[in-house]
Design a protein around this ligand. Structure first.
Ligand code: JD8
Length: 404
């Protein structure tokens, strides 16, 4: 991978000579070039900034030196594989830099970085560059730095360490924070018993057990617990990755009714939109209807793990023996929060509901909108057979499955 960095403080990028990145450069895994912007300011004082049009504090970076610098980068780095670089311009208003973006950038042959200073670059520099190459304004985080160099150091390190051969043991890349959405687990090394002054500090015994399955389970639980405690914003998607196993599943209680009403309204909007009718029970039911339903059906709720059980309600399903036929188990209100769909939670919830059926049951029954092709495909994949004709409610179809 080729990297070009343009800055008025090229020495700021010296840390990229050190450690793994420095070694990767010496091993030819990384072709990094740092350029001084002032080399492209041709006046006696090599001026790169000027006062802002419209007034205001600070100075703005002039466009001409940037145009010259970018022209030089393209001229010296172009190849058939990559005639122009992907230009990344750090800025507090940019797209948040994430591990996912790091993976995307690590797949590219050539990245260039424009390090701004002062109040930023003349806006026409972005227009000029965008006419010649892909431009992404990227932010390191929601705080203000004095320039782009620190962001470039972070982005280059996060991207370069994903390149094959840069980090010796690639396996260690897998279990890191933000890989798979969970934070990292706690780590320990010798001594197993640390005499810390008057305190003897132990290592969790499971780590000394040699039971790799138990160690893996403990480490995953630690990752979920840390994520829930420190980054609840990451918890839901992360916890949902492994289906229901890492989510908080429990029988519903009356206090769940309000959140259930909200979730069912959100989940049936899709069916209402594609069926062209909002007259669907889950969309018309009142809070009282939902609360009454909790008394008539066995209902499960799924929450994001939290320290006090008040994690976000992200899924639910209910089941009951058909009032007039004890051999039939009806499953209903199977719902997964829209932002967490597509991770297998629906499949797991259906299995959970079926597992709740008493011995008398020999047939599973479920109903969905005639237009809900995705649901019908999902239930067929789960072994259900579509019954011909109109379902038990207008505009719906019934599906059944023999209990094995
Ligand atoms: C580039 C100039 C300073 C910013 C006036 C302070 C990134 N996460 C981030 N925070 N700040 C930056 C960043 C700041 C920069 C430049 C990146 C170029 N400044 C400016 C606007 C307000 N001064 C950043 N990535």
């Amino acid at each position: 991978m080729r990297l070009d960095v343009v800055s008025i403080f090229p020495e700021y990028l010296a840390p990229l000579d050190l450690s793994l990145i420095g070694k990767a450069r010496r091993d030819g895994l990384l072709d990094l070039h740092v350029h001084d912007l002032r080399d492209f300011a041709h006046d006696r004082h090599r001026t790169v900034d000027d006062s802002p049009f419209g007034g205001g504090a600070g100075m703005v970076m002039k466009p001409e030196p940037w145009a010259g610098a970018l022209e030089h980068v393209v001229a010296t780095g172009a190849s058939d594989a990559a005639p122009v670089p992907h230009l990344l311009v750090p800025g507090p208003g940019g797209v948040p830099f994430t591990q996912a973006m790091a993976h995307e950038l690590a797949a590219e042959p050539w990245l260039a970085f424009a390090c701004g200073r002062y109040e930023g670059l003349d806006e026409r520099v972005y227009e000029h560059a965008a006419e010649r190459m892909r431009v992404t304004v990227v932010s390191l985080g929601d705080y203000v730095l004095n320039g782009g160099e620190v962001a470039v150091l972070a982005v280059v390190e996060a991207v370069a360490r994903l390149l094959p051969g840069v980090v010796g043991n690639a396996e260690s890349l897998v279990e890191e924070s933000h890989e798979g959405g969970l934070l990292e687990y706690p780590v320990y090394t010798r001594p197993a018993l640390w005499q810390d002054g008057g305190t003897t500090r132990e290592v969790p015994p499971v780590l000394l057990s040699g039971d790799h399955a138990a160690i893996a389970r403990w480490r995953h639980e630690q990752r979920v617990a840390r994520t829930v405690a420190r980054r609840p914003d990451l918890a839901a998607p992360a916890a949902a990755v492994g289906g229901l196993d890492h989510l908080d599943v429990r029988p519903a209680v009356p206090a769940d009714a309000p959140e259930l009403l909200v979730l069912q309204r959100a989940c049936w909007m899709q069916e209402g939109r594609i069926s062209g009718s909002w007259h669907i029970p889950p969309l018309e039911e009142s809070l009282e209807d939902v609360a009454r339903g909790l008394g008539e059906w066995t209902t499960w709720v799924v929450r994001v793990p939290s320290l006090d059980g008040s994690g976000r309600l992200v899924g639910s399903v209910r089941g009951r023996v058909r009032p007039d036929d004890p051999t039939v188990w009806e499953t209903g209100r199977l719902m997964v929060a829209p932002d967490l769909q597509g991770r297998g939670l629906g499949r797991d919830l259906l299995a959970l509901a079926e597992a709740g059926a008493p011995q008398s049951v020999s047939t599973y029954w479920i109903n969905t909108g005639r237009v809900s092709e995705a649901n019908i495909r999902r239930y067929k994949r789960a072994g259900y057979r579509l019954l011909p004709g109109e379902g038990s409610f207008p505009g719906t179809v019934d599906l059944t499955k023999r209990r094995r």
